[in-house]
Design a protein around this ligand. Structure first.
Ligand SMILES: C[S@@+](CC[C@H](N)C(=O)[O-])C[C@H]1O[C@@H](n2cnc3c(N)ncnc32)[C@H](O)[C@@H]1O
Length: 321
């Protein structure tokens, strides 16, 4: 049976491709780009063998951002790219855009590949969703002489803090029942437009006021852009529709709010799984120990920092077998 989290990611990637979003970029941070550039251009080049393409697997590949670094950084004909993700839509999207990529739809928690079948295995904010044991398992599929490189979520780091704030924002929105109360108010308001009674509308619009105030507090405390600006957007949209009601179609408004409700629940699920996946120092050090025991030499390990953030962005890890 698929987990709620797997379903959540599948809905996310299906929706992202359906909306035609730009999904290949991964995390748009210069320290992150620099890490992958250094790995593929500086370290990876040494591994390239013109006689047989380098098998590079991106685990929990999402939009395939890291494979793009591999293909751009190394000569494309020397790379044989593979992507793996729990979401079939994510894998399909990468294989359709990056011709020649071989896709694997799998849960990294039950590691699906045989030992020593890849030259390079990479992951960015991905494999740890399957638990840190999966990081150690995936290392076993690197051939002797090959490399493992990854960026992992950092507990209490910049991304973790942002995800925590996003989650608080969505949970706060859920708790004050802003969407349910807006739905009730709009149902009653459209009835008034059709000549129905005013009293239910007066009661439901009054009941919505504290939820508006709660949203204002949440944005004041967590920042206006919290949850990718979703709180601010829903606040403004409900207000705008309410003020201009005759211009809107009742069924479209109600359907929009209902789908927003689902979207927010899924967003909160992704934020929660990101927070749960973040490793603290103790867990990271335990992972390094396990990777050494699997026959790797640790080439680079520690916090990935950026001068644009007060807290580390990720744990970085490069190991050679
Ligand atoms: C935050 S996204 C990162 C995607 C990509 N690596 C990047 O940096 O842009 C996390 C990815 O992990 C995938 N994922 C989550 N749990 C997984 C699991 N148990 N096994 C494999 N993939 C998983 C999700 O579908 C999603 O594509």
């Amino acid at each position: 049976m698929r987990s709620k989290s797997a379903e959540n990611w599948q809905n996310y990637w299906r929706g992202a491709y359906a909306a035609g979003n730009k999904v290949a970029n991964g995390t748009d941070l210069s320290a992150v780009s620099q890490f992958w550039h250094n790995f593929f251009v500086l370290a990876g080049k040494k591994l390239v063998d013109p006689a047989s393409p380098l098998r590079v697997l991106d685990v929990a590949s999402g939009g395939g951002a890291i494979l793009k670094y591999a293909v751009d950084g190394l000569t494309p004909e020397y790379v044989s790219p593979f992507c793996m993700d729990i979401s079939a839509s994510a894998v399909k999207g990468v294989c359709e855009r990056a011709i020649g990529t071989q896709g694997i739809v799998a849960d990294a928690a039950t590691w699906p590949l045989i030992p020593e079948c890849m030259d390079v295995i990479v992951s960015q904010f991905g494999v740890e969703y399957a638990g840190l044991a999966a990081v150690s398992d995936m290392g076993l599929s690197v051939r002797p002489g090959g490399h493992l490189a990854m960026l992992l979520h950092y507990h209490d780091g910049a991304i973790h803090r942002e995800c925590t704030a996003n989650l608080q924002g969505i949970v706060g929105l859920e708790r004050c029942r802003f969407i349910e109360l807006s739905l009730a108010m709009f149902r009653d308001a459209f009835e008034v437009l059709r000549g129905g009674p005013r009293e239910p509308y007066e009661a439901s619009s009054k009941a919505l006021i504290p939820a508006f105030r709660k949203l204002e507090d949440l944005m004041a405390n967590l920042g206006m852009s919290v949850a990718n600006g979703l709180l601010l957007q829903v606040y403004k949209d409900v207000d705008h529709i309410h003020t201009n009601l005759p211009k809107f179609d009742r069924d479209e408004v109600l359907a929009w709010l209902q789908s927003l409700h689902r979207e927010l629940a899924e967003f909160a699920g992704r934020m929660g799984s990101m927070c749960d996946a973040a490793a603290d120092r103790g867990a990271f050090e335990q992972l390094l120990k396990q990777i050494r025991e699997n026959g790797f030499e640790i080439l680079e390990a520690g916090a990935l920092v950026s001068d644009q953030h007060d807290w580390p962005l990720a744990w970085k890890l490069v190991a050679g077998r």
